[in-house]
Design a protein around this ligand. Structure first.
Ligand SMILES: CC(C)(COP(=O)(O)OP(=O)(O)OC[C@H]1O[C@@H](n2cnc3c(N)ncnc32)[C@H](O)[C@@H]1OP(=O)(O)O)[C@@H](O)C(=O)NCCC(=O)NCCS
Length: 185
């Protein structure tokens, strides 16, 4: 049985193990991590997918501003257990996250990822043409989706983190502090 629900503290270890399996620890050096480290995810938008009561997928969305005074969300990382990839679980989790973000009143979502995958959900690089990220990235992989039509019209400038600060240093913050170099997102 597949269940999608909000992440709890008890999921953190399994979520981190899943991310390690999917990405290696270079994930901590990505530019998007600079927008997540030391922050809490947006309320209600840290989700896990369970298959038969085992954590098999994760996605989180984070508060950012897409240029000055334009609240938006940054999505990522999203990952599905390598043994269960290609079965439609990633799409299910993605659609659930986007539906939830819209229901919570968010207006747009940004991410860095493979356009051939994210285009199916409506993400386009053209929407981020005038935006930039605080570090190296490949512009063709910097994508956005408007949950409300026109939400990113005229959006320009730097994407900055605006989420609530986390009371605890998280693993990504610690990895960054040991001085890993920045990687393209
Ligand atoms: C990307 C990911 C979340 C997709 O989840 P999934 O459950 O495997 O995907 P789905 O089963 O819903 O969709 C499969 C489709 O996506 C395509 N796809 C998967 N990853 C892709 C990628 N990186 N680029 C292009 N297409 C991709 C598959 O070819 C397949 O296409 P089809 O529907 O035409 O056959 C998952 O493969 C994963 O965790 N990958 C490793 C981590 C990662 O790269 N995360 C994304 C970057 S943040």
């Amino acid at each position: 049985m597949i269940t999608i629900r909000e992440e709890t503290f008890a999921d953190v270890e399994a979520r981190e193990a899943l991310l390690d399996a999917c990405f290696s620890d270079e994930r901590f050096a990505k530019t998007c991590e600079r927008l997540r480290e030391g922050r809490l995810p947006a309320a209600g938008l840290a989700l896990v997918l369970e298959k038969d009561a085992r954590l098999a997928g994760t996605v989180r969305l984070w508060h950012v501003t897409a240029g000055p005074r334009r609240p938006s969300l940054l999505l990522g990382p999203i990952a599905i257990d390598p043994a269960l990839q290609g079965l439609g679980l990633g799409s299910k989790l993605m659609r659930a996250a986007l539906k939830r973000a819209k229901a919570l009143g968010h207006r747009s979502v940004l991410l860095v990822g493979d356009a051939p995958y994210y285009e199916r959900f409506g993400f386009l690089a053209v929407k981020t043409k005038e935006l930039s990220l605080p570090g190296p990235y490949e512009p063709e992989r910097f994508l956005a989706l408007e949950l409300v039509p026109g939400a990113l019209s005229g959006a320009r400038g730097l994407v900055s983190a605006t989420g609530e600060r986390s009371p605890l240093p998280n693993v990504s913050t610690l990895a960054h502090r040991v001085g890993r170099p920045a990687l393209a997102a």
